[in-house]
Design a protein around this ligand. Sequence first.
Ligand SMILES: *[C@@H]1O[C@H](CO)[C@@H](O)[C@H](O)[C@H]1NC(C)=O
Ligand SMILES: *[C@@H]1O[C@H](CO)[C@@H](O)[C@H](O)[C@H]1NC(C)=O
Ligand SMILES: *[C@@H]1O[C@H](CO)[C@@H](O)[C@H](O)[C@H]1NC(C)=O
Length: 316
Amino acid sequence: MSTRTEMGLLASSILVCLIVQLVRSQEDPNSNKGTTDNIKAVFEGRCWDYDVTKYNDLLPRIDADCNVLWDKFSQAFSFRAPCAVKLSSYEEFMSLAKQSLPANKVMFWSGIFSLAHRYSENGARFITLEDTMIGYLANSLTWCGQESPPGINYSSCPDWSDCPTEASESFWAGASATFASQATGNVTLMVDGSDPNKPAYRRSSFFGKYELPNLAISKVQSVNVIVAHALDKPKIEVCGNGSLALLKKDVTARGLSFTCEDDPDAVLHLLCSDDPASRECQLATAHQAGSLPSNLLETAGFNQKPADMLSQTVVY
Ligand SMILES: *[C@@H]1O[C@H](CO)[C@@H](O)[C@H](O)[C@H]1NC(C)=O
Ligand SMILES: *[C@@H]1O[C@H](CO)[C@@H](O)[C@H](O)[C@H]1NC(C)=O
Ligand SMILES: *[C@@H]1O[C@H](CO)[C@@H](O)[C@H](O)[C@H]1NC(C)=O
C-alpha cells in the first residue's frame, strides 16, 4: 500500500462519526404495555434514592417528600381516561420537584438519546433532563389512567399517537419546559446529523416546541449546538446547512447567541471507545500500536484536529 493511500485510509478513518440513536424514549412508549408494574414503589424508591445518593454535589435536594411527589404525579392521570390529561395536569408536581440548575451545564438533546447521555456523563460534563429529579423519576416508565379503580391501567396504555397531542405530550412537554426555564448561562444541544429519515432540528421536536421557547433570554447567553454523525454514515446535515441553518435562525430570533460544531473531538473519541475497530477509529489504534508511518505525522499535521486533517487528505 502506498503511503498516500495509507494516509488517505487512516485519515478518512477519523472521519464522520455515528450513532444510530434512539429516538427520544419519551416519544415512543411501548404502545402495548400497560403501566409499569409496581410503579408507585419504583417511583418512590427512585425518589428516596435520588434524595440520598444521586447528584449530591451537582444538584440541590428538593423539599417535598417522595410520597407527596407520588401523590401529585399520580393525581395528574389516575381515575381519568388515558387521553384526558391536559398539558397543565402535572404543573403542581413539576413545581414541587424542580431544581435550580448550575450555570453552563444544561444539555438538551434531540433524536440522540444514548450518545447524549454517554457524553453528559451523569452530570459530570452536562446535566440532561434525565439527571434532574423530574426526569429521573419518570425516565423509561410507562403509565396511564383509567376511570375505574384502581385508577391506573396496568394492562394496556394507548399508543401516544392515538391520543391528542396535548395528552400524549403532557408530562414530557411540562418536564422539558420546566427544565429549559431553569437553565442559565450557555446551554448545549446535541443533535444527530446523519439520520436519513429526520432532520437534525425540527420545530415540532421537544426542543423546538418546549425548550427553546422557554429559555429565559435574560439568563441564557448562547445555544451551543453539537452535531454528531454516525461513524461510517454520510453526513446528511452539518453546521450551517439543512435544518441547522433554520435552527440558527430560530435561536438568534430569540435574541440568543448561536454556535455550532460538528463532531467535536470529545464526542468522536467517545464513539470510537464503543467501536474502536471501526474504519473511522483506526488512526488511534495504529498510533497505539506504533505502526503509524512516521511521515504521516508530518504530512498530515499531527497537531491539527482530525477534521482539519481530513479536509486536506484524499479520501478514497
Ligand atoms: C385499559 O386500557 C385498554 C387500552 O386502552 C382498554 O381497552 C381497557 O378497557 C382499559 N381498562 C380499563 C379497566 O379501563
Ligand atoms: C458561552 O458561549 C460563548 C460562545 O457563544 C463563549 O464565547 C463563552 O466563552 C461561553 N461561556 C462559558 C462560560 O462557557
Ligand atoms: C450539507 O453539507 C454536507 C457536507 O458538506 C453535504 O454532504 C450535505 O449534502 C449538505 N446537506 C444539505 C441539506 O444541503
